[in-house]
Design a protein around this ligand. Sequence first.
Ligand SMILES: Nc1ncnc2c1ncn2[C@@H]1O[C@H](COP(=O)(O)OP(=O)(O)OP(=O)(O)O)[C@@H](O)[C@H]1O
Ligand SMILES: [Mg+2]
Length: 399
Amino acid sequence: MLQALGEARIVVTKRCVDVPDLMASAASGAAAVAVVSGDLPRLDAEAVMHLLRYDVRTLGVSADPSAGERLARLGVVETTAPDPAAVVAAVLRVAARDVVADPDGDDGRATGRHLDEGRPSARGRVLAVWGPAGSPGRTTVAVGLADALAAAGRPVLLVDADPYGGTIAQQLGVLDEISGLLAVARMANLGTLDGEALARACRRVGDRFDLVTGLPRADRRVEVRPDVLGTVLATAADGSDVVVDCGFCLEDPDVPLARDRMTLDALAAADEVVVVGTAEPAGLARLARGLVELRDVAGGVPLRVVVNRMRPTLGWSERDIVGMIEGYARPLGVHFLPEDRAAVDRALVAGRALSELGESHLRAALTELATALDPSAPVLSRAAARPAGRRGLRRRLAG
Ligand SMILES: Nc1ncnc2c1ncn2[C@@H]1O[C@H](COP(=O)(O)OP(=O)(O)OP(=O)(O)O)[C@@H](O)[C@H]1O
Ligand SMILES: [Mg+2]
């Protein structure tokens, strides 16, 4: 191969002994293409992404015709047979592929983003449930929404991606010795995650929806490597709607810490973000700030606001709150969930989803939210469809 490459006037800058050597060599900026053996130990999505950051595209070489699919999932641009002429031609092709130098580019395989493009109709949506600090009810909404979408007959996968450690398994009485999220993240990083592998890592909840259980401890979040969650969510969306329970941290996106990174990756993969805030004064103030932060990090992602724990004793109307929210964002809809301690406690004590426990105000409101999220249903909820409310509440919060 070296001889054939030389004859084609392709300069081989270095013959690397292993992946760390290859990654260090990429940093020198001298190479445009990394030619790797398809079964190179420790070649994973993170290594391929590292190479791309230095503008080095990876070409796989393998005698196994089925290796290409696995390598493509790692972000390898092309895989070719170990034939000198074929390798020379592939190196020239791969070197000319500018577009893959941008991991957010039109390929999108390694990050799982760009789900809209060329999406087959069987593809579900990724709905990221996010909300500011202060436990506004992200997990309650994520579980309730997954449950309500499943009750409407949709295949649903719920992913517990809270970087502070998962709680959904415990809430739903699912015993899982192994974290589903860590298992699928590991497979995504190795390029072995496909629909079947994902299904094996899921737990079934009451024969209604599937669950990827969360992190056992917050410090294990470093094992969910950057961009891997995007791959997991893209795989998950192949055939079901995906609801993701996210963390709240969205700090500086230029220097993301591991805890922010998971949330930012989930938001980047989302087709729609469900923003949860609570109806009390501090909750609404945090919601307003959260909407501004979200706009900064997630740009034009479509969002929907859920005002949780709404109750008449707070003294403001739904219309007041819609008016305040519209001062900060243009959501697809604003939805209200009532304070319903009795229903929530029944579900928590029984370790079950709300729909398994009969009727409740909260369940009815979640069903309405799930209906609004159905792409074939009208997009605005009743509350949001009303004319914009008074701005008095915004002044009260700002003061
Ligand atoms: N609509 C509701 N009515 C009554 N209680 C609620 C409602 N929604 C949430 N809660 C309660 O509020 C608390 C926080 O809810 P939850 O755990 O869903 O919040 P979170 O945003 O996921 O918090 P964390 O920051 O811990 O992830 C829980 O005790 C939950 O039962
Ligand atoms: Mg939570």
